[in-house]
Write a protein that binds this ligand. Structure first.
Ligand SMILES: Cc1cc2nc3c(=O)[nH]c(=O)nc-3n(C[C@H](O)[C@H](O)[C@H](O)COP(=O)(O)OP(=O)(O)OC[C@H]3O[C@@H](n4cnc5c(N)ncnc54)[C@H](O)[C@@H]3O)c2cc1C
Length: 510
């Protein structure tokens, strides 16, 4: 394609590229508070906010800088339309619980709207209808089942056979009165309010363990103890397992986004094409100009082959659909998916009355993070919450999901050992400037990146989380673990957990 990639900031989202930078201190002494929250993404911040509304004293830590994780790379549709989901959810958990799931997410959406209004937050919050659409007969059948589910669940809806920008579709199912926003502008405002309320926020502070007990403590990499009455893990992949076996119960799914200026505008609405590969569309405003976010091309992290091809496929879709004038940003990130596709929110395990977790949002974390904040707050205050049994991480999971889970884990196990014995057939000399890959070096296998000026960066490709082999991601210039989603920089530093330690760099670089 001929489009310009003017000013494109590789691997930075348009939200992060245009947002203020924070610089909170790191923890340098033992500290205490009522609640210790680990993770400064939307989940940690929404939960901290909820805790302060309930009068708790809060410490929030982040291993990196706040908002730089998945939240900084989202597409930020604020909706209960979680893909084609509800007809299966009804079969899975029954009608009354499925109704509660919708209600939980609608309330979360309304909570965000009410908060924006109350605190006059300037975050481009706009009411938009959410569309699922298809161009295939099989897709129409799926959408008809989903329509039926919407009717039974009482979801406000419309059925369409045309889209304003595409007359060739076969059907679209619309969930009306949903929303989109600028996630970081919303969260910036919450952070300001948290600071005003006395919340202590620390960055570059990695939680590595927990000391369980009546007064549990988060132990940081620097050896400091953050002691509280309650600990809440909002670290995306849980930073502490506590015998919950989370590493066998969730897997990461990667997706790609491009932000483009288009030739034709995208008419009001947020769209998700359900035919494979699925495509998501929404508008956003940046420096007074409208851009379109095109997302999709999802796959398991580290297992998607050539990363650049995914961006190109999104750009081709954008070109065919709206026409592209300019490509501004490209980025990718991953979200966690649970065994039964329902998030894990609640007590870390049945034996942990004062340690909580929120994870597995399946790329629908804008509302789910707020469901989590309220639910965990109610659990802490021992108030009954109608959504507890739906989300509890200790729920029983049906056999069919367990079978899928075994398949999933076979795949993860395969990734754990695959490549360990292979001898790479390329050497450092085969890498072009700006390229990375697994190479033979000094009779050993290692991960190498050759920068544009010819400098070499070599890492041990064994993930420091559970020992899987990391794969090179040439678009984002990271080493990605296919098992649980850890990502490392060219120098081996952790970009994203669950790994807490950098990749080894035991090789002598040239
Ligand atoms: C491409 C893509 C598009 C998406 N689009 C949408 C959408 O349109 N609508 C929607 O609802 N959802 C969407 N999602 C999902 C949503 O973005 C996520 O569910 C949500 O951002 C997760 O937020 P989080 O706070 O749980 O995690 P994160 O934002 O990743 O935050 C976790 C934080 O924890 C920190 N951390 C990790 N380990 C430690 C540790 N050991 N110690 C201290 N800190 C630690 C990290 O540094 C990070 O800052 C999308 C996801 C993807 C991948």
């Amino acid at each position: 394609m001929e489009q310009e990639h003017k000013g494109m900031d590789q691997a930075k989202s348009l939200w992060l590229a245009n947002n203020k930078k924070y610089s909170f201190p790191s923890v340098s002494e033992d500290l205490t508070a009522d609640v210790i929250i680990v993770g400064g993404g939307i989940t940690g911040i929404a939960t901290a906010f909820d805790m302060t509304e309930r009068g708790f004293e809060v410490i929030l830590i982040d291993a990196d800088q706040v908002l730089q994780g998945t939240t900084g790379h989202t597409t930020a549709k604020v909706t209960s339309q979680h893909d084609v989901y509800y007809h299966e959810l009804i079969q899975q958990i029954g009608m009354s619980k499925a109704r509660l799931y919708v209600e939980a997410n609608e309330k979360a959406k309304e909570l965000i709207q009410a908060r924006v209004k109350e605190h006059q937050i300037d975050c481009q919050l706009e009411i938009r209808d959410a569309y699922l659409y298809t161009k295939e007969d099989s897709g129409v059948n799926k959408l008809k089942k989903e329509l039926d589910a919407y009717k039974q669940l009482g979801i406000d809806r419309e059925w369409k056979t045309e889209l304003p920008f595409d007359r060739d579709i076969k059907a679209a199912l619309v969930m009306t009165q949903q929303a989109q926003f600028h996630p970081l502008h919303y969260l910036d405002a919450l952070i300001e309010l948290l600071i005003e309320r006395g919340v202590r926020i620390y960055e570059q502070t990695t939680a590595v363990d927990v000391k369980e007990g009546n007064r549990p403590a988060v132990i940081t990499k620097s050896g400091h103890h953050l002691t509280g009455r309650y600990i809440i893990s909002c670290s995306h992949f849980p930073f502490y397992d506590g015998k919950g076996l989370y590493f066998t119960r969730i897997h990461p799914e990667q997706s790609y986004v491009v932000a483009v200026k288009t030739k034709q505008p995208l008419p009001d609405g947020m769209y998700l094409g359900i035919d494979q590969p699925a495509h998501s569309l929404r508008t956003a405003e940046i420096n007074g100009e409208e851009v379109v976010l095109i997302g999709g091309e999802g796959h398991k992290t580290g297992q998607g082959g050539n990363e650049a091809a995914h961006y190109e496929a999104l750009e081709k879709f954008g070109q065919d659909t709206l026409g592209i004038q300019e490509i501004l940003y490209r980025w990718s990130t991953h979200d966690m998916v649970t065994m039964d596709q329902i998030p894990y929110i609640g007590h870390l395990t049945k034996n942990n009355p004062n340690i909580f977790v929120a994870t597995g949002f399946r790329k629908w974390g804008m509302t789910t993070s707020h469901v989590a904040a309220t639910l965990i707050g109610d659990l802490i205050e021992r108030k009954s919450n109608p959504y507890e049994s739906i989300y509890t991480p200790s729920r029983l999971i049906s056999d069919s999901f367990v079978k899928d889970f075994i398949k999933e884990n076979t795949n993860v196990a395969a990734k754990l050992i695959s490549g360990k014995l292979d001898r790479p057939d390329q050497s450092i000399d085969d890498l072009k400037p700006g390229e990375g890959g697994i190479v033979s070096y000094d009779h050993k296998k290692c991960g190498a990146f050759k920068s544009e000026d010819g400098s070499l960066f070599l890492v041990d490709t064994t993930c420091t989380h559970l020992g899987c082999e990391v794969a090179w991601n040439n678009s984002d210039r990271t080493w990605d673990c296919p098992c649980h989603g850890s990502r490392f920089s060219i120098t081996g530093e952790v970009v994203e957990g669950p790994a807490k330690k950098p990749l080894k760099r035991s090789y002598k670089e040239q």
